[in-house]
Design a binder for this molecule. Structure first.
Ligand SMILES: Cc1ncc(COP(=O)(O)O)c(C=O)c1O
Length: 378
């Protein structure tokens, strides 16, 4: 048999090992998706589009209405893009990959504030670019600017941003984002801004886009999508927007790779962006659960957890328990019947566990009670 692509040897499988569905007796704090159904108007819109027979090839970057709706939606975050420079992708994940493909050459280095969503690492390795992991401040998971400066080399080409963050739940302040833009200008870097959790923010300052700040728009690729804020993970819909020069490249990649997302989903995705009541209700519910889980977790012995600022993850320092994170997660599953993600599955996450609180308040109470009984019985 011929050899396969050698880059694949270095591509990990992220959290997969600890995401396997357990038995019904286990409380799952692992799944990073909303526990809501997709809002009804969106489902109705896709059915209507199918009934209208919208099943043929269409405009590759996304329908005019949908690209207009994405550009309009981004103005909420003070991001101004020409709808011509918007491409709708099969999930935000594909948008991130397109952003990397359109900006990076083989061997280019990308600063990744770590711990980070593990797929960035896999994607960069797939295209033979080099992730350079720069640890965030371990106390609050915000950027460490000295560490960022120290990580720059002549090969550094981009910085990856993700705020609100998976796995840490951190939301970077407007001042921090402004410093990142200045840093990117100083070193002439692209900024790939993964704003998939932008509508799930629990701080008194909002998600801040680097594209909305002076000097930021011309070097920022904004990627996001419907999965988290609209409860549409399985629809596989995302967007990418940015300066014309690079978006022309993204369009070429999209035409070569995906052509376009399903035609009949485009009107539904447009409807989704017009919703407010449904999305606000989901966000408010996650905020309440954030309050609940944080209050409960702070009573656990040996565990330190800053108040999650956004998304639906609590990132806990478990080093005070005397266990490493793999032992903690393995034993929590076996002994307490709670499934968690151990941080060392990703670069920079050793000594931490990730808890997704996108589960019912009953599950949150019961899961933390089990962890408490287990830890206190040691
Ligand atoms: C930070 C981050 N970006 C992107 C994605 C992927 O989004 P999508 O499902 O739209 O591809 C995820 C999903 O977990 C994520 O956590």
């Amino acid at each position: 048999m011929p050899e396969i692509n050698r880059s694949l040897e270095h591509v990990g499988i992220g959290f997969a090992a600890f995401l396997a569905p357990p038995g019904p007796e286990v409380i799952r704090f692992t799944v990073g998706q909303p526990d809501f159904d997709t809002p009804t108007p969106v489902v109705e819109a896709v059915k209507a589009a199918l009934d209208r027979g919208e099943t043929a090839y269409t405009r590759t970057q996304g329908s005019v209405e949908l690209c207009d709706a994405v550009a309009e939606h981004l103005t909420i975050h003070n991001i101004k893009v020409d709808p011509e420079d918007v491409v709708v992708t099969p999930g935000c994940k594909q948008a991130v990959l397109y952003a990397m493909m359109a900006t990076l050459d083989v061997g280019d280095e990308v600063l990744v504030l770590s711990p980070a969503w593990p797929s960035y690492d896999g994607m960069l390795k797939l295209i033979n670019a080099v992730p350079v992991h720069v640890p965030v401040n371990r106390k609050n998971y915000h950027p460490d600017f000295n560490a960022l400066e120290a990580a720059v080399t002549p090969k550094t080409k981009a910085i990856m941003l993700n705020s609100p963050n998976n796995p840490t739940g951190a939301v970077y302040t407007p001042e921090e984002v402004a410093r990142i833009v200045q840093f990117a200008i100083k070193h002439d870097l692209w900024i790939i801004d993964d704003m998939i959790y932008a509508t799930l923010v629990w701080t008194d300052y909002p998600y801040t886009s680097p594209a909305a700040l002076p000097g930021g728009a011309e070097r920022t690729l904004t990627v996001g999508g419907w999965s988290k804020g609209w409860a549409m993970t399985g629809w596989r819909l995302g967007w990418i927007a940015g300066p014309k020069k690079v978006m022309d490249g993204v369009k070429k990649i999209n035409v070569s790779a995906a052509t376009h997302v399903a035609t009949f989903m485009m009107p539904a995705a447009t409807v989704a962006l017009g919703l407010n009541e449904e999305t606000s209700m989901m966000a408010a519910s996650f905020k309440e659960r954030r309050n609940l889980i944080h209050e409960l977790l702070t009573d656990l012995p040996g565990i330190v957890v800053p108040r999650p600022e956004g998304a639906f993850y609590a990132f806990c320092d478990i080093s005070g328990t005397g266990m490493d994170d793999i032992e903690f997660a393995t034993r929590a599953l076996e002994e307490a019947k709670v499934q968690l993600i151990p941080g060392s599955l990703i670069e920079g996450g050793a000594g931490f566990i990730r808890i997704s609180y996108a589960t019912s308040p009953e599950n949150i109470r019961e899961g933390v009670r089990r962890l408490s009984d287990w830890l206190n019985s040691m």
